[in-house]
Design a protein around this ligand. Structure first.
Ligand code: ADP
Ligand code: ADP
Length: 229
């Protein structure tokens, strides 16, 4: 454990003169190379948690660490380079550049990185070897999400953060995307955190974190994660 660490983290939002607590003194740890799933109802605080770990939001109390570095103490300039070099993001909507091909979309991300992976090689890894020169509009939703996963992986990030990566996909396509993320985690020893409503993935996770009302209500480490059926 201890690769990722949240220590007593709180996050508040002001709504008029009310203070809403999006995260309420939460703590947990994730080990290097783990496949971790975050579940919980809408409004629970899942995205807030992921955005804080990704350096896209800041916490009001507590401390957050990745690989021994305290993220919660970084200044704006350090956070920008942290997001650029250390974190891969995958979102519900693929955020691809429409007038660039799949290959060019992935190259765009790897070009700004210190130690990028080969863009064509990563596209082959996610099963898009024969789709590299297609534009996003020529690809299915599942294929577009594979491009966005390849784009995140090409950065060779310390951690891959996925916020509802299957939210816009049908059940079967979504399950295949989760399978791909899981295979990537195992083959690359890549630490992956996925927010999802898709319960099919829970048994194959190394760790399940349940978020409810801004607190962590259940943390389960699966000793024997099983493949998706
Ligand atoms: P989840 O991802 O589990 O659906 P979120 O992290 O998006 O939950 O939201 C947690 C809580 O924080 C919710 O009550 C939400 O309304 C509130 N919240 C999130 N972002 C903002 C914001 N920018 N301004 C005000 N409240 C917010
Ligand atoms: P910079 O301005 O230095 O590029 P950003 O905050 O724009 O910093 O984001 C840095 C990295 O985070 C980008 O490489 C991008 O992959 C990822 N990122 C952040 N937000 C988004 C988003 N909404 N859509 C796609 N990628 C994003």
């Amino acid at each position: 454990s201890q690769y990722v660490k949240f220590n007593n983290v709180s996050k508040y939002y002001k709504m008029g003169d009310q203070k809403i607590s999006a995260l309420d003194h939460i703590g947990f740890e994730i080990g290097q190379g783990e496949f971790c799933v975050i579940v919980g109802p809408s409004g629970a605080g899942k995205t807030t948690l992921l955005n804080i770990l990704g350096g896209m939001d800041s916490c009001d109390e507590g401390s957050v660490y990745l690989d021994g570095r305290e993220i919660s103490r970084l200044n704006d300039r350090e956070l920008t380079s942290y997001r650029r070099y250390d974190v891969g993001f995958v979102f519900q909507f693929y955020n691809l550049v429409q007038n660039l091909t799949a290959l060019e979309n992935v190259e765009l991300a790897s070009e700004i990185c210190k130690d990028p992976l080969d863009a064509a090689e990563v596209l082959r890894e996610v099963g898009l070897g024969n789709r590299m020169n297609n534009f996003p509009a020529q690809l299915s939703g599942g294929e577009q999400q594979r491009v966005s996963i390849a784009r995140a992986l090409a950065k060779n990030p310390k951690i891959l953060l996925c916020d509802e990566p299957t939210g816009a996909l049908d059940y079967i396509t979504g399950k295949n995307i989760l399978q791909l993320l899981h295979d990537t985690c195992r083959q690359r020893n890549q630490t992956v955190i996925v927010i999802t409503h898709n319960q099919a993935i829970v048994p194959m996770a190394d760790r399940v974190i349940q978020v409810k009302n801004g607190t962590v209500t259940d943390m389960r480490l699966n000793e024997n994660p099983v493949p998706i059926s």
